[in-house]
Design a binder for this molecule. Structure first.
Ligand code: ADP
Ligand code: MG
Length: 282
């Protein structure tokens, strides 16, 4: 074990993955990543680099043409999603990741459809991570804010006690405050020993919490290093963070000096805290 809780025992490995959707068009072009037990791995890179495709290939949703995927050393290349879930791969896709007409509790039950007897024990674990979900277990997921749905989706994937949790852009579409909260939640889940591979378009925040990260470029792992190394690597900054870093810092400066009250972005996407939404006693 290192100080971060990460180890050197590989849990998930992709080896030189080549995969794509259309015949003759490869999106992944020899992509290799390793997530060790306890790791929080970040995957960053430009739009269209193949980040989502990498997670989909691991999760049996894109056909793999060459290369392999290993889980705890076992070859799981090309297995279907339900087999992968039972073997310990948890996936939270970017969109449509909850059943809106079902309650929070029913969504979590769906996560355990393969092992319904484990419900009580797993609900306790997930409930300790997301106490808000327990309080509102009878509420329909469709009535929740984006950030809350993200928690339900992560909670559902955690019900099966996955060996590795794959997250596709958990902060996408959330207000800055909810994004921060989501990154803290992800780090907290990881601190309980869950190995995580997280794809993020918010590269800076991702690198701030990731033990290690990969830059994906045109379907290939172009760079890797610790989150901190990557944040300070001139090559990575120049090629992949440069614009973003200046944008973020510039935005922070202007909003600190100019804005009074919430920005439109915050105003339209921020939901009140969960507790505040509960009916108040007269
Ligand atoms: N279902 C699909 N069918 C065909 N091409 C797709 C499909 N999904 C994604 N692609 C293509 O694959 C490439 C990588 O997409 P994606 O993995 O979603 O990138 P990222 O997540 O890094 O933004 C893009 O060129 C995209 O147009
Ligand atoms: Mg994507």
């Amino acid at each position: 074990m290192t100080a971060t809780g990460a180890t050197t025992t590989p849990v998930l490995e992709t080896k030189e993955l080549v995969a794509g959707y259309l015949p003759g068009v490869n999106i992944l072009n020899g992509c290799s990543i390793v997530a060790n037990q306890g790791d929080l791995i970040g995957i960053i890179g430009p739009n269209g680099a193949g980040k989502s495709t990498l997670l989909k290939a691991v999760f049996g949703q894109v056909s793999i043409r060459e290369g392999s995927v290993l889980l705890n050393g076992d070859d799981i290349t090309g297995l279907k999603a339900d087999r992968l879930v039972s073997k310990g791969v948890g996936m939270v896709p970017q969109n449509n990741n909850v059943f809106p007409s079902l309650t929070i509790e029913e969504n979590l039950e769906m996560g355990l459809f393969q092992e319904p007897k484990m419900f009580k024990e797993r609900f306790e674990f997930v409930g300790a991570l997301f106490p808000e979900l327990v309080k509102r277990r009878k509420q329909r997921a469709g009535s929740l804010s984006g950030g809350e749905r993200q928690m339900v989706a992560m909670g559902r994937a955690l019900m099966m006690d996955p060996a590795v949790l794959l997250l596709d852009e958990p902060s996408a579409g959330l207000s800055p405050v909810r994004q921060d909260e989501t990154f803290l939640r992800v780090a907290e889940i990881n601190s309980h020993g869950v190995t995580i591979v997280m794809v993020e378009q918010n590269a800076r925040r991702c690198l701030q919490i990731a033990h290690r990260a990969y830059v994906l470029d045109q379907g290939k792992d172009a760079y890797t290093g610790t989150g901190r190394e990557m944040l300070n690597d001139p090559k990575v900054i120049q090629l992949y963070l440069g614009t973003l870093a200046t944008d973020v810092e510039e935005k922070a400066r202007t909003s600190a000096t100019e804005t009074v009250g919430p920005t439109p972005e915050v105003a339209t996407t921020t939901a009140p805290p969960l507790a505040a939404e509960e009916p108040k006693a007269p």
